[in-house]
Design a protein around this ligand. Structure first.
Ligand code: PLP
Length: 313
């Protein structure tokens, strides 16, 4: 039987006060490098590339991308070529994320914002496929139908681990949320916390991935907790996240899991959850992103534990 990621109960005075039970599904502990939703989303993409005897994978991301970091390592392990279309400048190629990606053999093609915006354009993708005829093109964040299948495993695991009422997850490109909704098939309330501003865009992405959106009425995206936009956060919010990490011993970062946490705490105090509910937070990993935030001076290395250096290379 495949190993399940741990489901950890969290005790906190707030949870006792509001009479809810809270647990966190520690997908961040799946693997030191391919952690969280990356493992879930890449699993069947890599298997597909291997079965079809493709040469490698082409994908997209920013210069601090959790997805590219994990993809680089996963491809190296599977003897697949990894090619990245990176939004940004060559100057970022020596940051923590991309240094490791290069170390694991990923080829980096830097493009400007205008070109990067074409990443879902069919003509652009056709041309890219012609350039890499023996490669699987995987969208930004790894979010495609194969990813949904992998994310579905989270729901299967939870079924074996507990009974619960609501599941919370951070939303970036929508693949993780869509995978949970599909596999859950209306058995629980699923709440996505948008980590970026364009909530219409996100809704659209999730609905497109679900193909039959009307079949799934029990989910929604909460869009008031993006904190100003993607990767934006205030010092006050970062401190709150850090304090919660210290109280519970669970590491969070302020781009994805931390925003979900702050949203959850705020919604709880606003009475969003009824008493006696069991709420599960999905920890989607991404702790390598802390290194980039420290490098950019957005977080202090003294306060935030540096992400675990990759244990395997
Ligand atoms: C750590 C982490 N959590 C959550 C997300 C959001 O997942 P999705 O892009 O599938 O919405 C991402 C981005 O893929 C991520 O890197």
């Amino acid at each position: 039987m495949q190993k399940l990621s741990p489901l950890q109960p969290i005790t906190h005075p707030l949870f006792a006060h509001y009479q809810v039970k809270v647990s966190i599904k520690r997908d961040d502990q799946i693997h030191p490098i391919i952690s969280g939703n990356k493992w879930r989303k890449l699993y069947y993409n890599l298997a597909h590339a291997k079965t079809k005897q493709l040469k490698g994978i082409v994908s997209f991301g920013g210069c601090y991308s959790n997805h590219l970091h994990a993809l680089a390592y996963a491809c190296q392990q599977q003897q697949l070529e990894a090619i990245a279309i990176v939004r940004g400048e060559h100057t970022s190629q020596n940051n923590y994320t991309l240094t490791w990606a290069k170390h694991w053999g990923m080829k980096l093609n830097f493009v400007d914002r205008k070109t990067y915006k074409l990443r879902q354009n069919l003509n652009y993708l056709d041309a890219l496929q012609r350039q890499y005829p023996d490669h699987l093109i995987v969208p930004e964040g790894g979010s495609n139908q194969l990813a949904l299948q992998g994310v579905g495993r989270v729901v299967e695991e939870l079924e074996q681990q507990c009974t619960y009422n609501s599941l919370l997850v951070p939303v970036g490109s929508g693949g993780t949320l869509a995978g949970l909704i599909k596999q859950d098939n209306n058995r629980h309330d699923i709440l996505g916390i948008a980590v970026l501003k364009q909530s219409d865009y996100l809704l659209n992405e999730v609905n497109t991935l679900l193909t039959n959106e009307k079949a799934y009425p029990r989910w929604r995206i909460e869009n008031s907790y993006h904190g100003g936009g993607y990767a934006k956060f205030t010092a006050k919010d970062a401190n709150k996240i850090l304090a919660f990490s210290k109280e519970t011993g669970i590491p969070f970062e302020p781009i994805y899991s931390g925003k979900m946490l702050l949203a959850f705490l705020d919604l709880l105090t606003k009475g969003y959850f009824t008493t006696n509910q069991h709420i599960v937070l999905l920890h989607t990993g991404g702790l390598q992103g802390l290194a980039g935030l420290i490098e950019q001076g957005k977080l202090s290395a003294n306060e935030w534990a540096l992400p675990p250096a990759p244990l395997v290379w």
